[in-house]
Ligand binder design. Sequence first.
Ligand SMILES: Cc1ncc(COP(=O)(O)O)c(C=O)c1O
Length: 346
Amino acid sequence: MDFEKMGFPRAKLAETPTPFEEAPRFSKAVGGPKIFLKRDDATGLALGGNKARKLELLMGEALKAGADTVITCGGPQSNHARMTAAAARKLGLHPVLVLDGDDPGTRQGNLLIDHLLGAEIIFSGERSSGELLDEVRGRVAARGRKPYVIPLGGSSPLGALAYIECVEEIVSQCRQFGIAPKALYVAAGSVGTLAGLIMGKVVFEAGFSVKGIAVSPGADAKAERTVGLMEDAISLLKSRAPLSGAPAGLSRLFDLSREDLRGLVSVDESQVGEGYAIPTEAGLEAIRLLARSEGVLTDPVYTGKALAGLIKDARSGMYSEDDSLIFVHTGGVPADFAFTNVLVRN
Ligand SMILES: Cc1ncc(COP(=O)(O)O)c(C=O)c1O
């Protein structure tokens, strides 16, 4: 998609199109349908992941606004924070990361990479990192800098738009493989990725359903948020006329009502376990299975749980051996190094 022609400045950060590959040994190991991996863990940008696509549009906007500092927030093992810091460095901006809780003292996983990137790290203590964003913006501005704030997970309407393009790639890659997948599975956190994939499905007339696997509690709230993000993203698209360079299918998106959009959203809460970033047995099994059948790594916070959702459905018999499924691998592997205790036990 030519976002720039559509009025959305883009900073080139991601290595796209990302690979699309069959996982025959993994499919056999779960005893079900043919499974294909969309390798958005291979976007590049300080070890890759789904945030690279969103950051292309968000950083494009930051540069257009003349920012010299980028502020974002997340958990101490936030992949989004790590990749935002890398994007800022690549574009010559100063990264400020507001992270939940108290300083753990050690620098491991994503936090180690944040340190290597020289990000300014502020721990939020008792308050949530998101609550502190405005205050930190004020402090940074008071130092004479021009901050641009990126919300949690990069899941603003603008960030979500980036995932429409991922579906454009998938549809073309499915054509090359001669497959018509039944469903696409993806981790659902702040849901910008899910919202973008659903919009992409509409724009590019993909035949698969899009299934979000929640990595934190609140399926209904996540579904509502997905609808809201899509509505706001569609308004944003409409506001940036002229739509020269836009895919013809965009008008299909503009025709959808809120109810139509709600009908396209599916969020499965079965893999959350005890909560966000708390590993589950099913997630750990999924990590082992994919690693040992295909040599592909996933993580206990996002992609392991999402893959466990796919495995559960595949094993339930709801698909035949001739069906195809897509797993969008959104990255997250740096967090493995902060979870060695649980991972080595398995
Ligand atoms: C590795 C990984 N996968 C999936 C997600 C979920 O994406 P979203 O927040 O857009 O739902 C994230 C978000 O932080 C992530 O880091």
